[in-house]
Design a protein around this ligand. Sequence first.
Ligand code: C2E
Ligand code: CA
Ligand code: CA
Ligand code: CA
Length: 279
Amino acid sequence: SKSEGKGQYRFYDASLHESLKSKAHLKQSLFDAIAEEQFVLYYQPRVDTQTGRLCSMEALVRWIHPKRGLVPPLEFIPLAEATGLIQPLGRLVINMACAQLSAWQARGIPLVPISINVSPSQFSHGEIHCHLAEEIEKAGISASLLEVEITESAMMGDQAEIMAELSAIRDLGIKLHIDDFGTGYSSLSQLQRLKMDVLKVDKAFTSELTNSRDGKVFFQAIVSMAHALGMTVVAEGVETAEQMAMLQSLSCDEVQGYFIARPMPAHDIEPLLARPARY
Ligand code: C2E
Ligand code: CA
Ligand code: CA
Ligand code: CA
């Protein structure tokens, strides 16, 4: 009835108002947090599947919220992307990773590259390679110590713009990763054109590996395709010994996941750098 409709509308309006208010509030606190640099990078090891050698570590941002403690990225990255705050936040992440490498370098600690996640909107503004170059120079580190991860879906936008930015990053000597592979719709020809160095298979496919015969066949096909295109294959979200054994038998090059190690603060990953051991 009409009155019900009106009531629903009023109710909806009120909750919408609340949610807009809390969104505006979250946006403001995220803005302040960036200005105050209330963030920390956690690092997750990525290791060679056959030898267990540490190849690289992925930087995963956390917000150190004054009241809530450590806030995971999925609670603020989407808002940062929607509001444009991902630009200054992304710059802060690059800055923190370079500063960390520089500090370790000064202490004579053996280094492996840090891979950084880059959002589509950071990417399409075309300044990211400039910022990477500046931060590398400022930190006095080799560009080969940084890697950049871009999701498969991020590469669906303006092809000319994306290709230009990708090659500018590559020209700096930075390796490029396709992240969350298998969740988007890249064609073979696109993969060949983009000339990415590393293909990270989404964790959904890692969990299917030991669940079904199809899961194994699918993974095997990805490995063959990636190798044919000269790419290194990384399995994400490796959680069990069974998955690990399967990935070894499928010639997947590198692995990352809780089975090896969880993301951890810089201080905790130092022993793994100083003494590159098996997992
Ligand atoms: P991602 O790039 O796919 O990162 C992998 C996520 O999987 C991380 O979650 C990691 O902690 C988690 N993970 C690692 N191993 C396992 C495992 O064995 N099992 C399971 N279930 N999960 C595992 P996290 O740290 O919460 O990050 C979530 C997402 O937030 C990232 O997904 C990435 O898309 C985004 N993100 C993180 N840091 C940044 C950043 O600095 N910039 C941008 N733009 N995005 C970031
Ligand atoms: Ca990633
Ligand atoms: Ca991923
Ligand atoms: Ca993801």
